[in-house]
Design a binder for this molecule. Structure first.
Ligand SMILES: [Zn+2]
Ligand SMILES: [Zn+2]
Length: 373
């Protein structure tokens, strides 16, 4: 095995450097992952532009690879052997707190970088912590005993498995958080990788009406939404979305609104409140704004709206996402539109941000693809 590991390190806001780290000595209960694909999402755009702390970080929190070397205790605990392909969740729980015992390790303090500077979370943890390799924008990643792994089913390629994270979020938010099911009517705002994944989850669960909104520059993504099962797509620059939604639902409004927009300000929440049915609708939101002036709290309470927060994925959502990918029922490979090498992390993140490239849906980083150095 090589002595040095090549990694792309975020060293300052909007700045990446290629660095090498010594190959870690793997303890009995740890392992090394050879990273095949690291997916990039809107969170990376935020964390890259405005890092939450100054320490160097190997980003990459949506990681798929093969077990390169596992200690004997790791093998016993995880039932995995060298060569197995796995999806690694970015959460690294403690597995003895209340949240972990409930199976909700995504809420564990051990993985919460917002409140705990010692937290471990792939793609967010300082590369100065022991073992250094805490992100997928590197050729290898360190796996401690408490890494959460999902075996990738046979026949699912690494690149297709790169879609697991958005798809598991789709299942988590639409089905588990918002309760979409048979005959549900759903408004999905934003046709990016996250919105399209919600389309697949809602369709599979039996939603009867799926409406997806986007803007004029989303034309290709809105077409893909139709192919994945959306019943209606709305270009909000051309048509008034509320009028269209009311027409489609015979004036009733929708059961569920899922906000998968980025940088759209208060508009998606305001549209969601108006687009929901008369009583007891559910809206899943993503908080980008520190404050919401003139929040329509009266309307929200009068309509008895339930607002939930988009908050990652659970173990079960990941397993269901992998099963969905393995089924081949939806052309999910169509989501995977762009790949970049390890020396192109900056460009890859800017592609997700919409600054470079066209018709970007899902971007994958391939750490072993790197220009000759
Ligand atoms: Zn992500
Ligand atoms: Zn815990």
């Amino acid at each position: 095995m090589a002595e040095d590991v090549l990694a792309a390190v975020r060293t300052a806001p909007g700045t990446t450097e290629l660095r090498t780290f010594p190959m870690p000595t793997v303890p009995e209960d740890g392992a090394l992952l050879k990273v095949e694909v690291a997916g990039i999402c809107g969170t990376d755009v935020k964390m890259y532009g405005r890092p939450p702390f100054a320490n160097p970080v190997i980003m990459g929190h949506e990681n798929v690879g093969t077990i390169a070397h596992a200690g004997p205790a790791f093998t016993r605990r995880h039932g995995l052997v060298d060569g197995d392909r796995v999806f690694v969740e970015h959460y690294v729980g403690c597995f003895h707190c209340e949240w972990c015992h409930r199976g909700e390790y995504r809420h564990c303090e051990n993985t919460d970088w917002r409140t705990n500077p010692e937290a471990r979370r792939y793609g967010y943890t300082s590369a100065e912590h022991p073992f250094h390799l805490w992100g997928g924008f590197a050729q290898y990643m360190y796996l401690p005993w408490n890494a959460v792994l999902h075996k990738v089913p046979d026949g699912v390629s690494a690149e297709l498995a790169g879609i697991v994270t958005p798809l598991s979020n789709g299942i988590e938010w639409a089905l588990f958080a918002a309760g979409v099911g048979y005959e549900s009517t759903v408004l999905i705002q934003g046709p990016g990788q996250q919105g399209l994944s919600q389309v697949v989850a809602c369709k599979q669960a039996g939603a009867s009406t799926i409406i997806v909104t986007g803007t004029t520059r989303d034309a290709a993504r809105l077409r893909l939404a139709r192919e994945l099962g959306a019943d209606h797509v709305v270009d909000i620059r051309r048509d008034d979305p509320l009028t269209v939604i009311k027409d489609i639902t015979q004036g009733k409004g929708v059961d569920v609104v899922l906000d998968c927009t980025a940088g759209a300000g208060v508009a998606p929440v305001l549209l969601g409140v108006d687009a929901l049915k008369r009583r007891e609708g559910t809206m899943v939101i993503q908080g980008e704004l520190a404050a919401f002036p003139d929040f329509p709290v009266k309307k929200v309470t009068e309509k008895a709206i339930t607002i939930k927060s988009a908050r990652g994925h659970s173990y079960r959502a990941c397993e269901l996402a992998l099963a969905q990918l393995a089924s081949g029922r939806f052309p999910l490979e169509r989501l995977s539109t762009h790949t970049f090498g390890l020396d192109e992390v900056d460009r890859a993140i800017r592609a997700v941000a919409g600054e470079v490239e066209q018709d970007v849906v899902h971007v994958s980083l391939l750490p072993w693809s790197v220009a000759a150095r």
